[in-house]
Write a protein that binds this ligand. Structure first.
Ligand code: FAD
Length: 529
């Protein structure tokens, strides 16, 4: 391994050479014959696939092993994006194209840091890219939040989209007529829309069958979508608001005019159009059976439960807020007068105040520094993970929570250069398009570092210890240490799962019927559970 490759110097990002949408491996812009990098990507969401796509195009012959904890790829494109947004999922076709390259290898059903230790992985690659997203959610910090009838948007969205982790969530939507979503981003509006939409439309999407069954029994008639600030500061975008306003048979409770800036004409166009849409609202339909409202300037401070049965949610108490300047998109909230409280009745609560990432066990052993305060990996701004002082106990098993019972006793130093992309790099915000730009930036840093290393040294192609590199070397070493990797689902395995899901969906008039459990997926992929 070249020492130049390991240099963590800040290198200016090269200008993106990516033009068209189609992959053309033969048109690689790599002008240099010789060694090509072997790269591990952890996570198969948009960040992972767009990093792979760019790398494979920029350096012809780059070999990618993509590790994914689930037997199925695509991350939040499969498990987050709403079922009634099929056009958003079209990026999967691009990802399929990336995966069709002979240089691409999918290692599914393997959770890094649990099924396979990071130090083994990092020994056998030139670069490791962490693109594992943000798989936790933020909490409100209210007493009783962990009791029945309070759900995270992440769990609810994961449940209706077939995420195995939430297959048994089984939310009870029949406890009352009012639901509340706390948070005013697009995920909050997705939750509200799924609760309010007519089922005949949703049934034709890839919404899971069990979610359709539960939604059929739903008694929800009104959804509050609550934010701590005003309309100007809400994070949702115009498309999602418009979709909710266009729902048939669903009324919208108009927003008090004093919450809008006095002169909308002064606002920049996107904000102005959003404010105009909210202000205009929707004419009241006397035949509507459902409704929704946007509640502003409220911070939840207590859950109100039935005195005789604490499992029953009756409402949420909020403190009212005022803004210093309602026209300012960044206006800070300050408490109003004498701690004025209001209560809104509700029988169900969804918190949708953001996702958060966490460290993979063993990260410190390979030199990656996860900042628990900011919730992202410590990097140089373009995706190169910054070095940390190697702790004295570097040969000991990690102290972080891990299911690995067989951590290697002596950990070989990481050989790979470390990078990050996507939500674990910049935090859990932004759409697929911004994740793509971000992944391209990381790939450019890798390309730049690789080219610098080749320029300065010839030894970059030196094969690692076992005479193999990449996945075969990782597999051999892990198995020699007792790790069972027979459950790996490769791309062919995913294709079999995909085919069965599509076939089952066809019979039900929908694009696919997703498997809801890992064991069903493993069964179809013919790997042990
Ligand atoms: P992810 O998509 O989360 O991918 C990370 C992958 O890493 C996952 O497959 C995960 O299983 C895997 N992983 C995690 N830990 C490990 C591990 N230890 N080992 C191996 N693998 C691991 N954007 C839009 O443009 N349009 C939309 O309509 C839209 N809707 C959204 C709806 C919701 C509910 C959410 C939450 C987001 C939505 N987004 C939407 C945003 C979009 O999904 C994200 O920008 C994008 O998915 C982030 O990509 P990522 O690759 O960083 O993370």
């Amino acid at each position: 391994m070249s020492s130049a490759w390991l240099t963590r110097s800040r290198v200016h990002a090269i200008r993106p050479a990516w033009g068209g949408r189609n992959l053309a491996y033969s048109q690689s812009v790599s002008s240099r014959d010789g060694p090509t990098p072997r790269v591990a990507i952890v996570g198969s969401g948009p960040a992972g696939f767009y990093t792979a796509r760019k790398l494979m195009r920029e350096i012809h012959g780059t070999k990618i092993d993509m590790y994914e904890q689930l037997p199925v790829p695509f991350g939040l494109v499969r498990f987050g994006v709403a079922p009634d947004h099929p056009e958003v999922k079209k990026c999967q076709e691009e990802f399929e194209q990336v995966a069709s390259s002979p240089e691409f290898n999918f290692v599914g059903n393997i959770q890094l840091g649990h099924d396979l230790p990071l130090p083994i992985l990092a020994k056998h690659y030139d670069a490791v890219v962490f693109a594992y997203g943000a798989s936790k959610d933020k909490e409100l910090g209210l007493e009783g939040e962990d009791k029945p009838n309070v759900y995270s948007a992440r769990s609810f969205v994961g449940w209706y989209n077939g995420l195995p982790e939430y297959r048994n969530l089984d939310p009870d939507l029949s406890t009352g007529e009012v639901a509340t979503v706390i948070g005013q981003g697009n995920v909050a509006l997705d939750v509200a829309r799924i609760l309010l939409s007519k089922l005949d439309k949703l049934k034709k999407t890839d919404l899971t069958e069990y979610a359709v069954d539960t939604l059929e029994k739903s008694k929800i008639k009104h959804v509050h979508v609550v934010g701590r600030r005003g309309p100007m500061q809400a994070a949702f975008t115009i498309k999602e608001v418009r979709e909710l306003l266009q729902l048939e048979g669903v009324n919208f409770q108009s927003i008090p005019p004093e919450l809008f800036p006095p002169d909308l004409k002064k606002l920049e166009r996107p904000k102005r159009r959003l404010m105009e849409l909210l202000q205009k609202g929707k004419p009241n339909d006397p035949n509507a059976t459902r409704s929704w409202s946007l509640q502003f300037l409220l911070s939840p401070n207590a859950l109100i439960r039935d005195k005789n049965n604490p499992d029953v949610l009756k409402g949420v108490s909020y403190s009212e807020n005022v803004l210093e300047d309602i026209s300012d998109p960044a206006s800070r909230v300050s408490a109003k007068g004498k701690d004025k409280n209001v209560t809104l009745e509700t029988s169900l609560l969804f918190r949708s105040i953001g996702y958060r990432a966490e460290a993979i066990p063993g990260m410190e052993l390979v030199g990656a520094n996860f900042n628990t305060r900011s919730g992202i990996l410590h990097h140089d701004g373009v995706g190169r993970i910054l070095p940390i002082d190697v702790p004295e106990h570097k040969n000991e098993a990690p102290t972080t929570n891990t299911n690995i019972t067989q951590q290697p006793q002596a950990v070989a130093p990481a050989k790979a250069h470390l990078y990050c992309a996507g939500w674990v790099k910049r935090g859990p915000t932004g759409v697929i398009a911004s994740t793509m730009s971000d992944a391209f930036q990381t790939a450019e840093a890798i390309v730049q570092d690789w080219r610098n290393a080749i320029t300065k040294s010839d030894d970059v192609s030196t094969e690692a210890g076992l005479g193999m590199r990449g996945w075969p070397a990782v597999k051999a070493e892990a198995e020699s240490q007792g790790y069972d990797l027979t459950k790996v689902v490769n791309w062919d395995g995913w294709r079999r799962i995909d085919a069965v899901e599509k076939e089952t969906g066809k019979g039900r008039g929908k694009p696919r019927e997703k498997f809801g459990t890992v064991s069903e997926m493993a069964n179809v992929a013919s790997v042990p559970i």
